[in-house]
Design a protein around this ligand. Sequence first.
Ligand code: TRP
Ligand code: SF4
Length: 438
Amino acid sequence: MRIDPWASAQFADYGRLLEEFGIERFEGFELPRPQRLFRRGVVFGHRGFGLIHDSIVNKRPFAILTGLMPSGDMHLGHKMVLDQVMYFHSLGAEVFIAVADIESYATRGVSLERGREIAISQYISSYIALGLRREGCQIYFQSGRREVKDLALLLGRRVNLSAMRAIYGMDDSTNMAHLLSPLVQAGDILHVQLKKYGGPRPTLVPVGVDQDPHIRLSRDIAFAHRLCNVTAARDGRVGVFVKAEEGVEDLLALAEGVAGAAGFRGLRRIPAYRALYIDDATPADVPALDRAMLLEEAGRSPHIFFQPSSTYHRFITGLTGEKMSSSRPETAIFLSDPPEEAARKVMRARTGGAVSVEEQRRVGGRPEECSVYELLLYHLVEDDAELDRIYRSCRSGERLCGACKKEAAELVRRFLVDFQERRAAVGSSWKEYVAEDG
Ligand code: TRP
Ligand code: SF4
């Protein structure tokens, strides 16, 4: 199985994804004031979230980055990533938002001018209307940021064509702009750690699983650029191993300094193995040692990065029961839908109700299979107790689909009326969000 970021297949089998691709289950992290998507298990997986959690707990700087593809109109499915961005922003993350205008051109043929218009009218204005705050937040266009494009070219040194074939299924007919677009995205993800943009620090990229290939690529690239590898062997022995071709002695001395400063005494330098063994360290010491080592390496190379972390959210099912998709308007609630039209879509949505009212009174509904319930859970009902009441009264047969849909439709209508009013008021203030080198 291969994940194709440009296809529109639906991933329903999240368990299999975790196993097959080594995405870790998102559990065991205590978060302050957890946002609804975390409380309700919508965010189900992660890579390297420990680094972010550590930054939150220890109040160390971290960044969050997302990108938007300016091709279709923004719908409720797109809002989920922004909800996460705003949540981590409130916990102190510095926010970067990439307008993927190069990717949109490379993979969908959308011109840069058109991409810019779509980004501003559909996405950026909506983000602001949804409550994205100005401080500590910058939006930029891929085509406008030199460092992103430079990185795309330079990072490519660490990726070969067979990796691109294996990860993305690229072949002889893939156009070169498309072939490069994952590297541009790696540029997005990693450039925030360049000195100019704040230096090396943990960076979170919240995505749907379709974007996981880009995450793996970026993590591999970040790792490949490290000068040293701090790791525990299977027997628990901790060591620093030099990966760089040059300056082995210098880096081993650096490692010795780092380990010494951290209070370790059992240091054995073995230049023939390019290794420094730290006999009194345990595997639990590795993250802190690695972090200290990374920051030292950054003084010797401009391309030292923390491996980016990611979270994965479930996709909301389309209103018709298939995938929510921009190309089939009946499946999604678009933020630009006339509110009455959106309410009608909800009234026509597929539910988890029984074939007749009598039957439903008797056996109850199935909220787990209901696109209306999903809408309530992902977007419309903030209060957990209220959501729980809805769930239980649906299961018991007390709640019937007609009335339930009406309620949801009214919530959607009111949300859109209010949202669209706020979006109209954004006017040209979006400019304040776009960075100078945006
Ligand atoms: N490829 C992403 C999409 O299709 C857009 C994107 C570009 C992105 N750069 C990014 C997403 C960086 C996350 C991080 O939606
Ligand atoms: Fe869905 Fe509501 Fe019907 Fe339950 S009662 S199946 S939640 S529409």
